[in-house]
Design a protein around this ligand. Structure first.
Ligand SMILES: Cc1cc2nc3c(=O)[nH]c(=O)nc-3n(C[C@H](O)[C@H](O)[C@H](O)COP(=O)(O)O)c2cc1C
Ligand SMILES: CCCCCCC(=O)C(=O)O
Length: 386
């Protein structure tokens, strides 16, 4: 049973007694503002920016205001349980760290810092294909902690198969296939700043260490990085994929396969029919299709279409505990957090990521309790009104 929220509150009260000018922020917007002070324009806007005019990025946040929690009283919420079952394993909280690539542009320790912070809290970490560090290095710092691997499906199927093999060999327990990024979107901030981290060799760690990728180069990336980056750019994503290609993944792994970037209920149904193990309702944080539907708006429609056939996860706009409660009430088993821990990483490395996650968990725990719910499985649509 958890009283995570209360513990954090006591820590905060203790800090109030002994104010410390170096204290880390609490408020999401302050984390973002501190990150803005620390990072150059290029990296900051690569993280904070979205596709086109950023209407979807903004809509992701506004969608949460549409739903309101109706708290219930006198329900004995003294002992709470935040655990969730993730493919037969118990996770302590309904949060995962979203796959985020190129974290070396945020902090020199990059993914190693965020993976360690996640591991310390028991929050499953999703390693991006586009990580600055190799998936093996990330696995190593995590020990036995739960980790999933996010696959960018390369045009070169040898690389795709090799990534899956390496993920299995280094203890990843699920494969998240991101479908919404076969190519990079029109991102105005990055175009304005002439900033694409990959072209300066950031976020290619998994590729440059991959035997299949290396075997296609006439010179090793260490000898000719420019040629290796060019080869990466030509093979990164595969816009020619169709649903039938999912068979290739099933043939290459017995791990649970989740599809990330699902927004249409028919695609969710199709995913279920193709035997995948879960979907992640996401618009990539508004970074791909500007004008796309917000992820939260899609969630109840997808939940209805799936009717409990497989677990649904959600990201794009989770900033506070109440957001997680609403997403779970609308059908998500757990939520992925993206930008908030990245601002924590920019501000204070591993400590910052841990602080952001801890605060979000505490906020969620307290919100759930005050709304009259004791367990994550008790959270359902009956606690919301439009
Ligand atoms: C800087 C940055 C890099 C990202 N890299 C990846 C990635 O490599 N793979 C992926 O599937 N999603 C990636 N995403 C998308 C996140 O996994 C997630 O869908 C998104 O951050 C959710 O939106 P939010 O952070 O606004 O809540 C990235 C997002 C950001 C902000
Ligand atoms: C060439 C596209 C690489 C994108 C990898 C990182 C990512 O997903 C993002 O949103 O940025």
């Amino acid at each position: 049973m958890s009283n995570f929220g209360n513990q954090i509150q006591y820590q905060i009260y203790a800090t109030m007694q002994n104010p410390n000018p170096d204290r880390l922020p609490v408020i999401y917007e302050e984390w973002e503002a501190r990150a803005r002070e620390i990072l150059e324009d290029g990296p900051f806007y690569y993280i904070a920016g979205g596709a086109g005019g950023e209407s979807t990025m903004k809509a992701n946040l506004h969608a949460f205001d549409h739903w309101k929690i109706v708290p219930r009283m006198l329900r004995d919420v003294q002992d709470r349980d935040l655990t969730v079952d993730l493919f037969g394993k118990t996770a302590p909280f309904p949060f995962l760290l979203a796959p985020i690539g190129v974290q070396s542009i945020i902090h020199p320790d990059g993914e190693l810092a965020s993976a360690k912070a996640s591991a310390k809290l028991g929050v499953p970490y999703i390693t991006s294909s586009a990580s600055s560090k190799s998936m093996e290095e990330i696995a190593e710092v995590m020990g036995d902690a739960e980790r999933w691997f996010q696959l960018y499906w390369s045009k070169d199927t040898d690389v795709t198969a090799s990534f899956i093999r390496r993920a299995e060999a280094s203890g990843y327990s699920a494969i998240v296939v991101t479908l919404d990024t076969p190519m990079l979107a029109w991102r105005e901030q990055d175009l304005k700043n002439v900033y694409l981290p990959f072209l300066i060799g950031e976020g290619v760690g998994n590729y440059f260490t991959d035997p299949a990728f290396r075997s296609k180069l006439s010179k090793a990336p260490e000898e000719n990085p420019t040629a290796a980056i060019m080869h990466w750019a030509q093979t990164f994503g595969n816009p020619g994929l169709t649903w039938d290609d999912l068979e290739f993944l099933r043939e290459h792994t017995r791990l649970p396969i989740l599809l990330k970037g699902i927004l249409h209920p028919d695609d969710a149904k199709r995913a279920a029919n193709y035997g995948v193990d879960g979907v992640i309702v996401s618009n990539h944080g508004g970074r791909q299709v500007d004008g796309a539907v917000s992820a939260l708006e899609s969630l109840p429609r997808i939940s209805e279409a799936i009717g409990g056939q497989m677990p649904i996860f959600m990201d794009s706009g989770i900033r506070r505990g109440a957001d997680a409660v609403k997403a779970i009430a609308l059908g998500a088993k757990a939520v992925l957090v993206g930008r908030p821990p990245m601002y924590g990483l920019a501000v204070a490395g591993e400590k910052g990521v841990k602080e952001v996650l801890q605060n979000m968990i505490a906020d969620m725990d307290i919100t759930m309790a005050l709304a009259g719910k004791k367990t994550v499985t008790d959270i359902d649509i009956s606690m919301l009104t439009e």
